[in-house]
Write a protein that binds this ligand. Sequence first.
Ligand SMILES: Cc1cc2nc3c(=O)[nH]c(=O)nc-3n(C[C@H](O)[C@H](O)[C@H](O)COP(=O)(O)OP(=O)(O)OC[C@H]3O[C@@H](n4cnc5c(N)ncnc54)[C@H](O)[C@@H]3O)c2cc1C
Length: 284
Amino acid sequence: MKPPPFDYRDPTTVDDVLSLLAEHTDDATLLAGGQSLMPLLNMRLARPEVLIDLNRVAGLDRITITDDAVTLGATVRLATVEHDTGIAGAMPVLAEAASRVAHPQIRVRSTLGGTLCHADPAAEMPTVAVALGARIHLRSRGAARVVPAADFFETVFTTAKQPDELLVAVEFPRRPGMTVFYDEISRRHGDFPFAGLCLGVRTEAGVVAEVIAAAAGVADRPVRLVGLEAAVLGRPLAEAVEDAAAAASAEIDPPADHHGTVAFRRGLLRTLVRRLAARFEETR
Ligand SMILES: Cc1cc2nc3c(=O)[nH]c(=O)nc-3n(C[C@H](O)[C@H](O)[C@H](O)COP(=O)(O)OP(=O)(O)OC[C@H]3O[C@@H](n4cnc5c(N)ncnc54)[C@H](O)[C@@H]3O)c2cc1C
């Protein structure tokens, strides 16, 4: 099928995007990588009157790496997140998670802002954003605000972003001394995962001094696993693994669908906790 007719705009500045959004708030849609939006347009599930293309907007693909944070512009491609040596050096888990999104051809087009705004509950990058405590920078004409990732994802395909707002950048705070991994289980390589886990640990004198954890595919949005975090804090990780796996599988509210039962997804998360804990042990 072909998309319904729309008025195509391709602004070159953020201010022009914000003006267009203010003017056409209720009938405009932003186009980034198009990997989620184009199928929706072609199937006529989305029928915007105005399509605002972000691909020529100057500065939205900026990468800024400081001692405090890695800040990625909205149109940074997932292939760039995967391969940029600066990003991989400063925050390897971003590259690791990006490499698990779909296939290379899709990652060349998909953008960080697009995957966050699309808000699929099984998506990799939103889960890593929640785990790392990322800050989502939003702008509308005459206003700007920063939303913590944990508050940004509201439910399936729904975020706290308002229709006149543009996601301009995502700021991932750096966590000195912490090792962060991402892993997932899917039916085939490149598929959305049944379950994914981002886990970060900093140890001091053999015990976990700081921990962050969030899961994909086990609720209506990426969720922080506070039960898992509490189960390992102050203990040697190897000793706390089974308690952490039990806490994680108990605190989630996974969907039952044609892919599997609730018990199946709880079991997958337990497996992921054990897998990542083993990786931490290997890298000690
Ligand atoms: C075969 C296939 C497999 C896939 N597998 C996976 C997978 O395993 N994991 C995964 O996470 N994703 C997967 N995807 C989805 C893919 O990563 C999408 O590209 C991504 O979800 C959306 O990014 P995009 O840049 O293409 O956004 P688009 O499709 O252009 O836009 C998506 C939505 O976000 C809005 N939007 C985009 N940018 C902004 C912005 N800066 N500010 C405000 N709103 C914005 C758009 O208006 C639209 O509503 C897959 C896609 C395909 C086709």
